[in-house]
Design a protein around this ligand. Sequence first.
Ligand code: APR
Length: 257
Amino acid sequence: MSDLLDCRQGLPALPPALRERLGDADEVLVLTGAGVSAESGIATFRAALSGLWARFDPAQLATAEAFREDPARVWSWYEWRRAQVLRAEPNPAHRALADWAERPGRLHLVTQNVDDLHERAGSRRVIHLHGSLHAPRCFDCARPLDTPPLPDAEEQLVAPPRCPACGGLARPGVVWFGESLPEDALATAWALAERCDLCLVVGTSGLVQPAASLPEVARQQGATIVRIDPQPAADFSGDWQLLGVAGVILPALLEQL
Ligand code: APR
C-alpha cells in the first residue's frame, strides 16, 4: 500500500525515508503524461468536461480509420492542437525536470505527450512514446514531411498537404489508437524501467498501455515509485503518491533535495 502525501497546500517536509530514496537515486526514470502540460493550458485527455476526450470522440479523430474517412477533419484537429502548443509556454514542472537532469546522477525523461514543452524547457534526449505534433509524415510512404504554416483561422477545416514524393496525404506524427509505438523509443523506455532506482510518474492516469506498465516494470526490479498527481490512484502499487499539481510539487521537491 503506498503512502499518500497531501501536497495541495504545497509540499510539506519530506518524510526521511522518501528524502533518502530521492537523494540516493542515481538512475531516475521520469514518465510524464498530459497532466505535466495542464498548467501550460494544454487540456489533458480524460479530465471530465475539459478533457479532450470529453469534448471530442477519439474514434472520430485519433485512428487511421478516422483519417481515411475524413482526412481534413482529423488533420485540422491536430493542427488546432499544434497551434495551442505553439502558443503555450513550459511551466515550472517542465523546468524543474530540466534542472533535475543537470544535477549529478542520470535522469531520463520518457513522455506520452506529443507537445514539445519538455524540450522548450531545456530537457534533452526526451523519449516520446506517442510521437509528436511537430513531425508530420506521409500516410502512404511514411516519408517525414515539413510542418506546414498553421491555418489562418483557428478552427478552419483544412486538407492535409500532399507528399512531394508519392502524392500521399500528410498525417500527424502521433501514435493513434490501434497503432504500435515507435520501437526504439519503447525498447529504450523499457530498458530504463528495468534498471532505474527511482521512477517518477507525473501527470498520467496510467490507463494507456504499454506506457502504463513502465512503473510496474521498475517496481518489480526494486525501484522506488513516486506518483505526482492531484487525483489519487486507487490501484497504485508504488511507494508514494504526492497529491497535488506538478508545477508546485516538482520545483519544491528539487529544493528539498
Ligand atoms: N499536475 C499533475 N497531474 C495532473 C495535473 C497537474 N497540474 N492536472 C491533471 N493531472 C493528472 C490527472 O489527474 C490525470 O491523472 O494528469 C492525468 C492526465 O491523464 P490523461 O488525461 O488520461 O492523460 P495521459 O495519462 O497522458 O493519457 C495517456 O492517452 O489519449 C491517449 O495518447 C494519449 O498520451 C495520451 C495517453
